[in-house]
Design a protein around this ligand. Structure first.
Ligand code: NAD
Length: 360
C-alpha cells in the first residue's frame, strides 16, 4: 500500500481550482488559491500547501472564512496604506495588498502596507516573490491573531502564533535571496505533516501540556495541548514579538491576548506589515556585485560535514526544480482529507474519481 502519491503540479492546480469553484469561489479566486497552495508545495513547504485545504473548508463551514472578498483600503497615507482583508482568502487579499504596495513603491521609492483581518495568507515567501518579480526588496512581519501555538522563551504554555518573518533581495539574472520562516523552531504545519505520517519531530521543538520536552507532534493536534518553542532561544522569541507588534498592532489589526483568543482552532487570521523598497533608489551601483561577492565568499567555506552551503532561497529553488519534474509528494492521509474536503465543497464522486485516476 502506497504511503504517498506524486502528483503533477498542473493536475493538482486543476483539482484545487475545482474544489474552490464548487465551494462558491469565483474562477479568479479559485485560481489564486490553487496557484498559491501548489507553489508552496513546489517550493518544498508542504506545511503551507494543499494540505491546508481541509482546514480552510472547516473555517468556511464554521462561518469564519468569507469567499470572494477583496482588500479594502482603510487609510491611504501616500507611501503607507492600511488595508482590511475583510476575512477573505489571504491568497486573494494579500496579492492585492502587494500589488497596491508595489505601485506605491514605484511612486515613492519605498512603501509600507499594513494588512489586517486576512484569512490565512499561507507561505509568506510567495508575497515576497511577487515584490521581487517587480524588482523590489521587501520584508514582512506577520502575526497569527488569537491562535496561540508557541511558548515565550522562559515560559511553559502557548501564548502566540508561529509569526513568520520574511525578506527578499532580487538578484540580476539570478534567483532572489529569500529568507522565509516561522519564528517557532518548526512551522505548525510541519507538526501536522509529521502527525499525518505517524512520525515524531526532532528534539528541541515541542513541549507537552506540562511544559516538558517531547518529540510527539500529537501535542499540537490532540488535547491536552502542548506548545511549539521559538527558534534560537531568546532571539527567536524576540523576533516573534516584533512580528506580533509590527504585524498585528501596526497594521491596524489585533495581537494575541485574553480578549482575542479564539475558541475555534481551524480559522487562521493573519495580519502582515510589509515594507517594499526600490533598490534603484539607493546610491549603490555595486549592490549586485557586492551581493555576489559575499555569496561566493561564504560558499568557499570548507564544509563542516555532509551538508552543502546554501544561500537563503536555494532550498526552495532545488525543491521546485525536482518537484516540477518528479511531481509533488502528498501523503495518503493528507490526500484523503483533501478528497473529503472536495466532497464537502460539492464535488461529485464521479469528478473525484476522475481526478484520482490522474494521480494513481
Ligand atoms: N501564514 C502563517 O501564519 C505562517 C505561519 C508560520 C509559517 N508560515 C510559512 O511556513 C513556511 C515554512 O516555515 P518554516 O519555518 O518551516 O521554514 P524553514 O524552517 O523550512 O526555513 C525556510 C527558510 O530557510 C532557508 N533555508 C533552508 N535551508 C537553508 C540552508 N541550508 N542555508 C540557508 N538557508 C536555508 C530557506 O531558503 C527559507 O528561507 C514559510 O513559507 C512561512 O512563511 C506561515
Amino acid at each position: 500500500m502506497k504511503s504517498e502519491y506524486r502528483i503533477n503540479d498542473q493536475h493538482l492546480m486543476q483539482f484545487v481550482r475545482a474544489i474552490w469553484t464548487h465551494a462558491g469561489s469565483t474562477p479568479l479566486e479559485a485560481e489564486r488559491i490553487a496557484d498559491h497552495l501548489v507553489h508552496a508545495n513546489l517550493a518544498g513547504h508542504d506545511s503551507h500547501g494543499v494540505g491546508m485545504i481541509p482546514t480552510y473548508m472547516i473555517s468556511l463551514t464554521q462561518g469564519y472564512l468569507q469567499l470572494n472578498q477583496h482588500a479594502r483600503v482603510v487609510r491611504d497615507a501616500g507611501a503607507i496604506l492600511t488595508l482590511d482583508g475583510c476575512k477573505g482568502f489571504g491568497q486573494v487579499v494579500a496579492k492585492e495588498a502587494m500589488a497596491l504596495g508595489i505601485e506605491r513603491a514605484q511612486q515613492f521609492g519605498i512603501a509600507a502596507v499594513g494588512l489586517h483581518n486576512a484569512h490565512h495568507i499561507g507561505r509568506i515567501g510567495y508575497w515576497a516573490e511577487q515584490c521581487a518579480r517587480a524588482g523590489f526588496i521587501s520584508f514582512h512581519f506577520v502575526n497569527v491573531v488569537g491562535d496561540p501555538m508557541v511558548a515565550p522563551f522562559g515560559g511553559s504554555d502557548r501564548r502566540f502564533g508561529t509569526n513568520p518573518f520574511c525578506a527578499i533581495f532580487p538578484r540580476a539574472g539570478k534567483k532572489p535571496l529569500l529568507l522565509d520562516f516561522a519564528t517557532s523552531g518548526i512551522a505548525f504545519g510541519k507538526t501536522r505533516v509529521a502527525y499525518n505520517k505517524g512520525k515524531t519531530v526532532a528534539p528541541g521543538y515541542l513541549i507537552d501540556s506540562q511544559g516538558q520536552p517531547t518529540t510527539e507532534p500529537k501535542v499540537m493536534h490532540e488535547a491536552p495541548y502542548g506548545a511549539l518553542l521559538p527558534f534560537g532561544l531568546h532571539k527567536g522569541y524576540a523576533l516573534a514579538t516584533m512580528c506580533e507588534i509590527l504585524g498585528g498592532a501596526l497594521s491596524g489589526g489585533r495581537t494575541t491576548h485574553d480578549e482575542t483568543l479564539q475558541t475555534c482552532h481551524e480559522a487562521i487570521f493573519n495580519c502582515m506589515t510589509t515594507v517594499i523598497m526600490n533598490p534603484a533608489a539607493f546610491d549603490a551601483p555595486a549592490m549586485q556585485d557586492e551581493a555576489d561577492a559575499f555569496i561566493s565568499w561564504v560558499k568557499q567555506s570548507p564544509k563542516s560535514g555532509e551538508e552543502e552551503i546554501h544561500i537563503p532561497g536555494e532550498w526552495e529553488e532545488t525543491n521546485r526544480a525536482e518537484r516540477l519534474t518528479k511531481g509533488i509528494p502528498v501523503d495518503t492521509t493528507t490526500w484523503q482529507q483533501i478528497c473529503q474536503a472536495a466532497q464537502q465543497a460539492g464535488m461529485s464522486q464521479g469528478e473525484l474519481a476522475d481526478f484520482n485516476a490522474l494521480i494513481s
